[in-house]
Design a protein around this ligand. Sequence first.
Ligand code: SAH
Ligand code: SF4
Ligand code: F3S
Length: 463
Amino acid sequence: MATFQGGLPDLTRPRPEPGSGPAVYVETYGCQMNVYDSQAIEGLLRDEGYNLVQEDLGADVILLNTCSVRDLAEHKVISRVGEIRMRREKAELPQPVIGICGCMAERLGTELRKGPRKVDLVVGVDSYDTLPGILKDLTAAGHAQVPEALRTHTGHRNDAHYVAPPALYPTNNSHLVTIHKGCDYKCTYCIVPQTRGPQSEKAPGTIVEEIRGIVAAGGAEVTLLGQNVTAYKWSDELDFAGLIEKVAEIDGLQRIRFLTGHPRDMHPHLMDTIGRLDKVCPWLHVPVQSGSDRVLRRMKRLYTGAEYLDMVDYARRVIPDVTFSADIIVGFPGETETDFQDTLEVVRKVKYDQLFSFKYSERPGVPAARLPDDVSVDEKKRRLAELIKVQEDTWEAMAGQQIGQVWTAVVEAEARRPVGSWRLRTANNRKVVVHDADLAVGEEVRIRVTDWANTTFVGEIPA
Ligand code: SAH
Ligand code: SF4
Ligand code: F3S
């Protein structure tokens, strides 16, 4: 469902018979925003009678919802297109219509219609409402006739905000809800402002309605999504703190998470609000990217290492049981060993529950692309390995101190092995596995920590 600011889509108009149309398979790469968008795309297509399938081989249409954040992410998709084509050829099946959606569509546009791996359709992040119509033409007999101009739909529109239908997540209690799109920060390494366009807010009324729909469908937890949710600003009176207050008022909703916070927007009044609202989970994903002020300045992150650490200290004071996770880039142009050691120091000090670390990947057209990519591939690999090791050691030391603690956790799914094991998550985003228990998905239980392994705690139900 595409919505346009000011209202939800008309749900009363007649629809084609569900599942009667062409079979579509959607494959998702990249961040949670793409996961959400893929659900929105599926919703749009299902409403128009398309048959959503879970396996690519039988599909008439394959849509790859793509990511451009690093070079490797794009390469994966291009080789996937080749693999799909070859697999069909080998199976002597007709070729599917292949469409590229998402960030690569925005970045590369008509380029994706050229060369040996060319695709049939390119649809960028603000143009998904064109999909049902254009796929009808492309899947009809003689699709080769569809003119070139109809095969690429890109460019940013401020008014289009997609709403994914409130599907239930069988393995995860959190329903994604995108609250805004785009990004107005200009971190020098990052392609996102190009691919997602300027920041534009979904209306608070639309967000609240969407979450009410999720609750009505049985959902208990939402994750508010955006590249910088903490920069949400609908009006002078309604910023992100105001939005979470509104969302927290929704009856039946039990937990609110959010991703991603920009350290610079973590104002004391926002942290106070997070600490005060019981429904808001005490977990902050606040990417630090680097611990060196020199690198942070060249990245245009707009904070220093010391300011970041002050923010963490403040959060620890006002948000009970708060935990942190972050993203870090190693090998940014000009990063010296001393800069890198500053990053390790921040990691040791913060004691993150989870860290997502990446080797710097130069993206065409971003400001940092003008700087020489002068940290060698081997050196980036070495720094990445060292960072991961420091994080593991820090996490293990922290985890060891948790033995014997009693936490409240929600059952998310039955674990695959061994039988009778369950996967749970605490409000502050700690993963716990419990063996030999009789539990049910969605249930909230008390557990006692008995052990840990590989970023997961092991717990038992106290007698
Ligand atoms: N809006 C979020 C996340 C953006 S993309 C934020 O501001 O933090 C997710 C992560 O990818 C980033 O946090 C960053 O660590 C990483 N990333 C972005 N561009 C990159 C690049 N060119 N090379 C390597 N990693 C990159
Ligand atoms: Fe990229 Fe920076 Fe925007 Fe995050 S805040 S999406 S890293 S430009
Ligand atoms: Fe990738 Fe686009 Fe998300 S570049 S990280 S899919 S916003």
